[in-house]
Design a protein around this ligand. Structure first.
Ligand SMILES: [Fe+2]
Ligand SMILES: [Fe+2]
Length: 275
């Protein structure tokens, strides 16, 4: 009885992997990339007065990207993939539990800069910035149909795979969806999901230099080569070495950078659930 009670106490009240946050530059070039070119839909907007930041939530298929567009030129530093955000039903309780488990937070829970909900940020077991937020709305709409068939995954650099798996399954309540291995490059990929939303834990023990905590986001399309041609026709540069066969041998991948330097991967294999 005692043991059962303690397990209940330690479990967080996460209900959803809500978004991936990008620190962004100008609003217009971001809307051009994410809405006009990729076909995303703006599902919510907010404003953080203290830092003159416009928050734009763009949904692509079933996933949300939060664009934190810095209004002041001088604040346009460290742009790119910044954090992953989980929704919780009990922010204060989760904060206490994770604090007791030794995780480091930027501050105790506080009202969001935009005024919508309360939030806090912590560092996970592999150095990723994780936001926990409690608010009445999720901002998620029904799936946005278009060139992007699904929001395939958010990729984290998991130099310590075991620590990463234990954080995202035991603390964040995600489930293992798929595990893949590329022996030739000593690469292990573990896919964890929360409903439609997937995190890829990428483990490359011998990688030098080490990738940033959030390496890329991956969007699934029908045909990577056609997508590449389309992107090029819209003035988006394909990164050197792409398109190419995926390391797993399953499908092809191509890679671009968004206007903030965030790496966006396109894949044309089946949905992870069907592989
Ligand atoms: Fe966020
Ligand atoms: Fe990936």
């Amino acid at each position: 009885m005692q043991c059962h009670y303690r397990l209940q106490e330690e479990k967080t009240m996460i209900t959803e992997l809500n978004h991936v946050g990008i620190v962004a530059g100008a609003v217009e070039e971001n809307l051009n990339f994410y809405v006009d070119i990729l076909g995303g839909k703006v599902v919510n907007e907010g404003y953080i007065e203290a830092s003159n930041t416009k928050c734009i939530y763009v949904q692509l298929a079933s996933g949300i990207i939060e664009l934190l567009c810095r209004g002041n030129e001088k604040d346009r530093v460290n742009l790119g993939l910044n954090h992953v955000c989980f929704l919780t039903d009990d922010l204060d309780g989760d904060y206490e539990k994770l604090l007791a488990a030794g995780f480091v937070f930027t501050s105790p829970p506080k009202v969001a800069g935009s005024g919508d909900g309360r939030l806090t940020f912590l560092t996970d077991s592999i150095g990723t910035r994780v936001e926990l937020i409690q608010r009445d709305q999720s901002y998620k709409n029904p799936k946005v149909e278009g060139r992007i068939l699904s929001f395939d995954h958010i990729s984290l650099s998991a130099h310590d795979l075991q620590a990463a798996e234990s954080f995202y399954t035991e603390k964040m309540g995600m489930k293992e969806l798929k595990r893949m291995r590329v022996d030739a490059t000593d690469l292990t990929m573990v896919y964890l999901n929360y409903g439609e939303d997937v995190i890829e834990l990428l483990n490359r023990p011998n990688q030098q230099p080490v990738s940033p905590p959030i390496g890329h986001i991956a969007l699934r399309v029908d045909n990577v080569d056609e997508m590449g041609e389309y992107l090029a026709s819209r003035g988006v540069e394909i990164l050197q070495g792409f398109p190419k066969q995926a390391g797993t041998g399953i499908g092809r991948i191509t890679m671009v950078k968004d206007p903030n330097g965030a790496r966006i991967e396109f894949v044309d294999r089946k949905d992870l659930r069907e592989l």
